[in-house]
Write a new protein. Structure first.
Length: 306
C-alpha cells in the first residue's frame, strides 16, 4: 500500500512530513493540509521561498474516512497499530506505509482532533524523548506551533505514529483541536498557521513570528500520561452530562460530569482525579461502561517557558 502524498521541494533544507486523517472522523486536519497544499503548489505564494522538502498526506486512513468512523472495517485503531504489517489487514497496511514515511522524514507533525465523540482544548504534544537533542527540537516545534497548551508526556506508549518517530529519532509533535464531528474554520486556520510557524522555526521558510498564544506548558513523565482514553472512565452504560466547559479550571474531587444509568436512570457523579484544566470532554452523550468521559490536564507538572 502507498499513501497519497503531495511533495514540494525547494532549496537545501530538511524534510518535514505533515499528516492528517489518521482517524477517519477528524476533519480540521484534512482541510488544513489541503490549504497547505494549495499554498505550496507551483503557482502558490509560498513555493518560491521553500527551503527543503515538504510532504503532506491529507488523509492517511482513507478506509476509515470513507466509513466516517475512527477506524476502518477491521476495527483496528491506526494510532495503536504502528508500525503495522505490509501483508496485514487494511489498517495494518496503512500503518506500515505511514511508518515508512515517518522514517524517511527529518521532522514530523501529526494533526488530530477529538473525532466524533470528544472535543479537545487546542494543544500541541510530544513525547519526553530520552535523547536530549530530539526532545529540545520537539519542545521548540511545539512552542512554535502556538496553540494554547503544550503537553509533554511519557514516551512508553506503543503503536502510535509518534512511537515510530521516537524509535527512528525523528523529532515529532502531534496536535489536537476541538472535534465533535465538526470542522471549524478557526481550527483549520490555526493548523495552517501552526504548520507554517514550525516550518519557519526549522528554517524552511521566512515568516514573522506571531504573538505567543501558549497559556500552559506541562511535562508529565508518569507512565501512560498521554493515554487519553483511560482517564475518568464511566462506571456504567448511560448518558453523560458534563459539569464543566472545555478549558475550565477544576479541582480534585470536583464533579467533572454525571453519567445517568441507561436502565435505572441513577446518576453517577465522576470526580476530577486532580486539580487542573478540562483538556478533553466527551461530547457524544452515549457512553459505555469503562469508556472515558474526558481528561483533566494536571497543571502541577507545569514548567516555565525559558
Amino acid at each position: 500500500m502507498q499513501l497519497r502524498t503531495h511533495t514540494f521541494s525547494g532549496g537545501d533544507g530538511p524534510h518535514l512530513l505533515i499528516t492528517g486523517g489518521v482517524h477517519g472522523d477528524e476533519f480540521e486536519p484534512i482541510a488544513a493540509i489541503r490549504r497547505l497544499i494549495e499554498l505550496f503548489t507551483r503557482n502558490g505564494s509560498h513555493a518560491d521561498g521553500l527551503q527543503g522538502r515538504l510532504t503532506c498526506v491529507p488523509i492517511v486512513n482513507e478506509a476509515a474516512f470513507l466509513r466516517g468512523y475512527r477506524c476502518a472495517e477491521d476495527d483496528l485503531d491506526l494510532a495503536r497499530t504502528c508500525p503495522g504489517r505490509r501483508d496485514g489487514s487494511v489498517t495494518e497496511q496503512t500503518a506500515h506505509a505511514l511508518s515508512e514515511l515517518i522514517r524517511q522524514a527529518d521532522y514530523y507533525i501529526d494533526l488530530h482532533t477529538g473525532g466524533t465523540e470528544f472535543s479537545v482544548h487546542p494543544l500541541t504534544g510530544y513525547v519526553l524523548h530520552q535523547d536530549a537533542l530530539v526532545l529540545d527540537v520537539q519542545r521548540r516545534m511545539a512552542r512554535a506551533f502556538n496553540l494554547l497548551i503544550v503537553w509533554g508526556t511519557c514516551a512508553n506508549l506503543e503503536g502510535r505514529s509518534l512511537s515510530v518517530a521516537r524509535d527512528a529519532g525523528v523529532p515529532a509533535i502531534y496536535c489536537e483541536y476541538l472535534g465533535a464531528a465538526s470542522c471549524v474554520s478557526k481550527g483549520v486556520q490555526a493548523y495552517v498557521d501552526g504548520c507554517l510557524n514550525v516550518m519557519s522555526e526549522l528554517g524552511m521558510l521566512t515568516r514573522d513570528a506571531p504573538s505567543c498564544q501558549v497559556e500552559y506548558i506541562v511535562e508529565d513523565p508518569r507512565p501512560s500520561s498521554g493515554h487519553m482514553q483511560v482517564c475518568h472512565p464511566s462506571p456504567v452504560d448511560g448518558f453523560f452530562e458534563p459539569a464543566k466547559d472545555l478549558g475550565n479550571r477544576i479541582t480534585k474531587g470536583e464533579t467533572f460530569g454525571t453519567v445517568y444509568d441507561m436502565v435505572t436512570g441513577q446518576p453517577h457523579s465522576i470526580a476530577s482525579e486532580h486539580d487542573g484544566i478540562v483538556l478533553v470532554q466527551r461530547t457524544f452523550p452515549r457512553v459505555r461502561s469503562g469508556e472515558s468521559v474526558g481528561v483533566v490536564l494536571d497543571v502541577s507538572f507545569a514548567v516555565t517557558d525559558d
